[in-house]
Design a protein. Structure first.
Length: 532
């Protein structure tokens, strides 16, 4: 019976793999059909067909890896189910790509390498194709080990490696690469600081209050309105810039009006909702569920509009280069079929292989609830907005994951700090009535941060040091030595933020550009020697 069960389980896994393979085969056939449809105006349709398949493979890997940053916190906090998140993200990703994704980031002409140093169409096509191959392979490998990495850095590394292979080290603009290296620090640190600051504010304004419902009724409408303003401005500046362009002041005013309307509506909804909730932190968390769903959708839309360029940008350049009317050095046009390929590929990759990275971002780094996930989503939008205004290079992937780290480290710090405070109170009150000590601790836990500090400051450190046997029914050991306290800190540290996840992700970030550059160079030499 046991062997039959194992055989049945194995069959189910194989059946699932076959279904995924069937979807991918259908996707490839669709790509081939699209290439045949436009082949009349292409000088080398076989090369375009191969490039389109590689571009589709890149899009699949973007969906499997990068989209997790948008929906992972919502899934980890249980605001969305995995299925719901995948459906919402897939629809919004492809919508963002088709509606607002026409503004392709021309990575080659952004200053990574000198196009003038290439000067040959065949070399240019081979370079772009090698960059796609290397970026896709690296993303595939990172997804396999569960490490969310920057797709932009992956494609930049591929172009750098292929460019050096094609024209030597002189074609690279190393000062631009220095900015990319700087973004490895700026992006996660900025995202972490903003997310931690937002969470700390929410804790002080709501969570630490005795009457959490009253505090929530006063604070949550402003938080959601602030989110509406941030995401409106984010979408206007980043997601919809191809559809319509606003003056910065007009964009700011439009997003402010949207936020004001949202505030008026949300204030009434929050008031009615709070009447049905208990005065508990877990209940207050429910107020952030709907905003989180909208945040996941809007982030996915903006991601589809912007990061689809990592898959279709090089493909669009190859498509232009293979036309008889191609003029070297011009800006690549983006036909609808390429845009559709990118958006659809991202959505399919998310549906088939996205859950692994969604779980990594949503629950494997640190435990998330709706409030923490809300702060992470807000941090992602705010950091990109601030960085755009200051002209700083940032990675949306690094920002989102850095925000998760920031929330986890804040929780870790507060847990250790409050535990040390409670230990100090217990040591000071040894010998007193257990019920009174317990009541005092409960009062201390409900107090604001300022009151907690005042209570600790007022403790008389000269009280008797005798053990109070009566306390043993409620607590284990309170007379901790320094060694014991250090061990306690370590336990809380490991419990709230997984160091193994940090080490794996940071290592993947650091090697993304150099590894994808090596892949790009190797792919260039292979492709140029085989058929170009």
């Amino acid at each position: 019976m046991k062997h039959w069960y194992n055989l049945e389980a194995g069959f189910k896994i194989n059946k699932e793999d076959l279904q995924k393979a069937g979807v991918i085969v259908a996707f490839v056939l669709l790509i081939i059909t699209m290439v045949i449809w436009v082949s009349d105006e292409i000088t080398k349709p076989l090369i375009l067909g191969f490039a389109a398949i590689v571009g589709g493979y890149m899009a699949l890997n973007i969906g499997a890896n990068d989209v997790a940053n948008n929906v992972g916190p919502a899934v980890g906090s249980k605001a969305l189910t995995m299925t719901g998140a995948i459906i919402i993200a897939a629809v919004c990703e492809i919508s963002g790509a088709l509606i607002a994704g026409g503004e392709v980031v021309d990575t080659v002409r952004s200053g990574i390498i000198s196009v003038d140093s290439i000067g040959d169409t065949k070399v240019f096509v081979t370079l772009m194709l090698a960059a796609l191959v290397s970026g896709a392979i690296w993303l595939h490998a990172a997804t396999a080990v569960g490490a969310p990495v920057s797709t932009t850095h992956s494609i930049v590394g591929g172009i750098l490696g292929a460019g050096i292979a094609a024209g030597g080290f002189g074609v690279a603009h190393w000062e631009e690469l220095g900015q990319i290296v700087l973004s490895w620090v700026i992006s996660p640190v900025s995202g972490g600081i903003i997310a931690a600051a937002l969470l700390f504010f929410v804790k002080q304004a709501i969570t630490y209050k005795e009457n959490k419902k009253l505090a929530a009724s006063r604070t949550v409408p402003y938080l959601i309105a602030f989110m509406a303003w941030a995401f409106s401005l984010y979408l206007i500046n980043k997601g919809l810039k191809k559809v319509i362009t606003f003056d910065p002041l007009v964009a700011f005013a439009a997003s402010f009006v949207i936020a004001l309307v949202v505030f008026m509506i949300v204030r009434v909804v929050i008031k009615n909702t709070l009447d049905k909730l208990e005065n508990k932190k877990e209940e207050i968390n429910k107020l952030f569920t709907i905003p989180l769903i909208f945040a996941a959708a809007l982030l996915s839309f903006a991601h589809g509009a912007n990061d689809v360029a990592n898959a279709i940008g090089p493909l669009a350049a190859i498509n232009d280069a293979l036309k008889e009317s191609f003029v070297f050095g011009g800006k690549a046009s983006v036909p609808f079929w390429i845009m559709f390929l990118g958006g659809l590929g991202i959505s399919i990759g998310l549906a088939l292989y996205g859950p692994k990275l969604i779980r990594t971002v949503g629950s494997e780094i640190t435990e998330l609830d709706q409030t923490r996930a809300f702060c992470i989503a807000m941090s992602a939008a705010l950091t990109v907005l601030i960085a755009s205004e200051l002209g700083m290079p940032v990675s949306s992937t690094h920002i989102a994951v850095g925000a998760v780290f920031g929330v986890g480290f804040l929780r870790e710090y507060l847990k250790k700090r409050y535990k040390e405070m409670e230990l100090k109170i217990l040591e000071d009150r040894k010998g007193e009535n257990a019920e009174e000590v317990k009541a005092f601790l409960e009062k201390f836990r409900r107090s604001s941060v300022r009151k907690k500090a005042a209570i600790i400051k007022a403790i008389d450190k000269k009280k008797a040091k005798k053990e109070a046997e009566a306390l043993k029914d409620y607590y284990v050991v309170f007379a901790f030595k320094k060694k014991d306290k250090k061990q306690l800190k370590k336990v809380y540290q490991e419990e709230l933020v997984k160091r193994s996840a940090i080490n794996k992700i940071v290592a993947a970030w650091l090697i993304t550009v150099p590894v994808s550059a090596v892949f790009g160079a190797v792919a260039y030499f292979i492709l140029s020697s085989i058929w170009l």
